[in-house]
Design a protein around this ligand. Structure first.
Ligand SMILES: C[S@@+](CC[C@H](N)C(=O)[O-])C[C@H]1O[C@@H](n2cnc3c(N)ncnc32)[C@H](O)[C@@H]1O
Length: 254
């Protein structure tokens, strides 16, 4: 996969809200992609990310997924923050998704330092978030460092595989998969969690162009009849089951 070609293709095809006829996607552009956030929550995010940026602690990393292209196994927190966190506009996207759709039950695959988790948790204190991390040293660091007053987050030290095998059938309202980065595994996780993915679930996939296998899987998911709406934001992809809508794929400017 050539990322530069992919980016040029995306830029060429990506649309803004004009010419979008799906009311759901039009609303998504207006109230999620184009929204800005301000206030108290921003201070909490800035102070946590400032701490991570300056933190020179090293974490002995246990690799469970496809591995990092840039980081070795002894990882400095500041490098993990800059290379593998949902910061900037993608953190904002997570925040806006929660604030606009009010999902009650959120599952995040890959807590890492909890940057994505923090955006999800601050957006709606009533949402219950389970954030799964397989590397026990990263999990321990995040549990120790994450802003304490956010009691709506449960950090779970488990592999994604173990989590998927749990017998739970309770619906997940927002599923954020941000780890492992191997297309075959991604398909398996989605298949195993399928009974918990309902018409109200928003599935957010990070790094859909991280590798050829991720992109291949993304294209399969876009074609999969189970998902009626798919949204390509270049780095992230969003899937929804909306059986009352004609199946449609959207490439949106972000
Ligand atoms: C890109 S980071 C997550 C970033 C975070 N979601 C954020 O928004 O800031 C991916 C994390 O997934 C974890 N991971 C990868 N494969 C895993 C697996 N099979 N089981 C559990 N954790 C895994 C890694 O240890 C890593 O910490």
């Amino acid at each position: 996969m050539n990322l530069v070609n992919e980016f040029i293709k995306y830029k060429w095809q990506a649309k803004g809200r004009h010419g979008i006829h799906s009311p759901f996607v039009y609303d998504f552009i207006e109230n999620v992609l184009q929204t800005t956030f301000e206030g108290q929550e921003l201070n909490v995010i800035s102070s946590y990310t400032h701490f991570l940026k300056k933190c020179h602690d090293e974490i002995e990393f246990q690799e469970l997924g496809a591995g990092s292209k840039l980081l070795s196994n002894k990882r400095r927190v500041s490098s993990m923050y800059s290379l593998s966190s949902s910061r900037g506009k993608f953190g904002k996207l997570l925040y806006a998704l929660v604030s606009h759709y009010s999902p009650k039950q959120i599952v995040e695959f890959g807590s890492s330092l909890g940057v994505g988790t923090l955006h999800l948790a601050l957006s709606n204190p009533l949402a219950k978030i389970q954030s799964i991390e397989g590397c026990s040293n990263t999990h321990a660091f995040t549990v120790k460092s994450f802003p304490k007053k956010l009691s709506n987050v449960e950090f779970i030290n488990s592999t994604f595989e173990e989590f998927c095998q749990q017998k739970s059938e309770s619906p997940i309202d927002l599923l954020f998969i941000d780890g492992h980065h191997d297309g075959k595994y991604l398909l398996t996780y989605l298949d195993q969690l399928n009974p918990r993915i309902t018409e109200n679930t928003i599935v957010v996939l990070d790094d859909i162009r991280w590798s050829s296998s991720m992109l291949e899987t993304w294209n399969k998911l876009v074609a999969d009849k189970k998902y009626h709406v798919s949204i390509d934001l270049f780095r992230m992809g969003i899937l929804l089951k909306k059986p009352d809508q004609v199946k449609q794929h959207f490439i949106l400017r972000y």
